[in-house]
Unconditional design. Sequence first.
Lengths: 812, 289
Amino acid sequence: MIPAPYDEMRDAAGTVRAPWTGLAGVLDGAGPAGLLARRADTLRLLADDGVAYHPPGAESEQLWELDPLPLVLDGAEWAGLERGVAQRAELLDRLLADLYGPRATITRGLLPVEVVDGHPGYLHGWRRPAGAPPRRELFLSGADLGRSPDGWTVLGDRVQAPSGAGYAMANRRVVARVLSALHRRSRIRRLGPFFEAVRAGLQAGRDDRRIVLLHPGPDSETAYEQALLSSLLGLPLVLGSELTVRDGRLWQHSLGRLDPVDVVLRRLDADWCDPLDLRPDSRLGVPGLLEAARLGTVTVLNGLGAGVAENPGLQPFLPALCRALLDEDLLLPSVPTWWCGDPASLAHVRAHLGELVLTPVAPGRAPVRGADLDPAARAALLARIEAEPHAWAAQREVVLSTAPVVTDAGAEPRAVTLRTFAVASGEGWEVLDGGLGAVPTAGLDDGVATLAKDVWVVGERADRAAPGVQDEVLGAARPTGVSPRVAEDLFWLGRYAERAEDTARLLRAVTDRWADFRTSPEPAGAGALRALLAATSEITRTTPGFAALPADEDPGPELHSLLYDRNRPGALGFAVHRLTRAAQAVREQLSTDTWLVLGRLDTVLQRLAAAPEPDTGDVSEALNRVLEGLLALAGITAESLVRDDGWRLLDAGRRVERAQHVVALLAATLCDAPRGPADRLVVESVTIVAESVITHRRRNAGRPGIAPLLELLLADRDNPRAVAHQLDRLADDLAHLPGAVPASFDAAVARLAGADPAALAVRDTADGTRPALRALLAGLGADLDRLAEDVAAAHFAPRPGPHAYDPLLGAS
Amino acid sequence: MTSTYRVTHRTAYAYSGEVTTSFGRAHLLPRTQPDQRCSEARVAVDPAPDELHEHVDAFGNRSTYFCVRTPHRALTVLAESTVTVDRAVVPPALRGWEEVRDRKDLDARPFALPSPRLPAQPAVADYAAPSFPPGRPLGEAAADLCRRIHDDFAYVTGSTTVRSTVTDLLTGGEGVCQDFAHLAVAALRTRGLPARYVSGYLETRPPPGKPKLRGVDASHAWFSVWTGDGWLDLDPTNDRVVDDSYVVLAHGRDYGDVPPLKGVIFADSARSTMAVAVDLERVAPDAAG
């Protein structure tokens, strides 16, 4: 008989347990509609914060899924759980130290050698560095727990590179706002001290220790969390390609120099960390990292061989190991487990297959529920197990406790699990006061892709001094040091932000001209619209574009494509999409407000894309919203970022892009032969696109011709839209960056200095074009293209990628 | 019987483009073990490496790490050693193979497990079966397996690569010493018997009356099986018991633990060609110094 699950909120009599009374009040007060509103708030806040998860195999990130209702745990009860979690971390650390040292647990018969050497996480050939000071193999330890009717049980250990502590913080930041009144009223323990303990543990009392967070890249499943951890811990987030081993130690590439690295906190599975000594096909690792670790010049945490402790086959041996290694009884029991390499256990598994979950001990292989199999499939599974018994474990399914979850039908009890975290702190362990709650959907999933829950531990703890920094503001510090990759992403962030802004202004001006022409169709308006549409195709480099349309064809579809097609270079949607991707790649460098802005931009464009036939008014309005967002982003980058090398490159990207835009705008509109009365309207649109209408009118009212406009947009150093102003800013940026100022920059400055607006405005007597202006703009455009290339070559030149070689065995 | 060799193993890579950095890991220096003494050994890399260190790994093998940061289009790794082999004739392994299997001797047990390049496979178990009738003495069973591999498969240079699997050998019917050794190791493990992959050299003897040519020797590989008292080395490529014509470089679970040379290069163009030349020159014992 399956026992009834424990319910976290109500006891067997249906009475609300004491720590849940606050939340139960909220549930009663809100009603189903109120709960759905809370769920909507949660979604919106997650989107505003940009909390994301990238499911394996998916093209892009998706929004993190979070239930608004926390899992509430009583502080007194938590104290016991905390001791158990800390004890387990200590036990696994001692075990790992033994397995990569004397291996006494094996020789003394406490642990079958097959559980160790037969697990893919065991690093054969590796020994702990001799002579180095004693240190930990395990630094950050995770454990997945479930509460069975008999009490808390460990479902599995996460010691390879445990994820989820950052998501726990992201959950808290959202739920604290969704349930703000209750959150303020309840005495909920903060998560911040844990992250401070992580940082202190890495620093180990030595301020000069340089620490990096090694991650698999912005496309990894938990890229959001890695960036969040980077800012919570104030550690640079680095890729393997940004590290190098030389002179027997590890170094980090920064702009123009190498910095020594003492500690690597890795979010990369060990296998991928070193293509020389581990997986040769890894492009994520650092050749020689294992050698540097062996030499003891760098500490990799968790240890590169920690994965063996995730073997579920280890569970039955933990009680005896705990007594042998710690001289204590194991506090937290594991889910009942049989390791099939033991003949008696295998016999048990054979007899009880239908009641057990069969788990391959190797990571990443799906468990099988015996009850789901027909007799033939059971026989086939048993044959597989008997062919390789050491590679299988069998576990009893835990009847998980339930907690309320918001569903379409209101709050419903659902099974929950809890991932806890412990970090080595001095001689002991600091346990996160809370964790990552999860509502498993399919039952046997790993948990990360399921619905998350915040976990509230309620009640003060006796042994902690006054709380430190508030969770909401922890991690406002931006990590120092700009790697070539970050530099490149920031440069493109600046370029795409500016390109999006310029494209939005251009499309808005064209849309307005189109709307005017529709209401009063006059020849001058028609000519100006045609000229502007052709110019738009040229400026956005989407030719032939409008020029290919017959004169009577509706320009609407092409205009809409330029608005929201995220796969079309030149389109606003493309620039916004690339801007978002660049921002995601350097998430840890940016203010969290960035996501508020980027999320709204995407929403506006998607809504426009979804509209059946948006009229010019809708488009104009949407473009206004987009511009609002982009101006806010410009404000954030101008006002909230420290002027370091990274900011310099971001600004340089923006300046290069804006100068190119002005050059392209003038080239596409003012160089051709006269268009008659349409020209006045075209020039007006140019001043609007260049955001210089007011200045132009104020300064040049009554001055005929385009010389004053060229003066204003090319040479006026005080006009923040002028090319000359961009060059001034670039001069400042380049002067602050390492390396010499490129010759292409000096060429652009000289070319512009030699230009005379009056001469540029002169038309050719034969064909009526402006050859001098065209020549100047072509030259400037080329200078600016070259400058962008020179900046790229100087600061983020792609380094040749690694290739593995492994010679044929020339054999006799 | 005692033999002393001067071993020279030169590996030369030529690249189509410039290599900026090259990291290497070599298992090219003979291990020291009871039946073999290495009196002099070094690895030299050209261009001169920025770093080169050696350590003894958990298998007891000598492992060399190097890094070259001088841009280059050719890389040579030269290993030279002087080795004295004193390999007595191994007493026959008379225990029944099931007895050896059931002893579960702790030091040998890990070698009975599948390994990354040798996962458990029913086809290998089927291949092994005829050599292991109940009660057969282990030595006899292992020798039978060795002879069958020698007889059943064709030795064809270049027929396989370092990444070939035992399945490739079983289906293709041809391979090189590495494949034969892998099959033997995997086959023994399907019977629950500990077995190791051994990398080393075999002295080649010129035809009678002809001088020995230089550079004709090569890397070699064979297998080693636990007898309950020690390890018995057999060479399925030549169907021979390993004697003092053999020099052991390193042993491990499979080739992946002991490649003579592997590495990672940083280059825009990674096309490469490789040439290996090995010499085993018999010298007077006192030359060992």
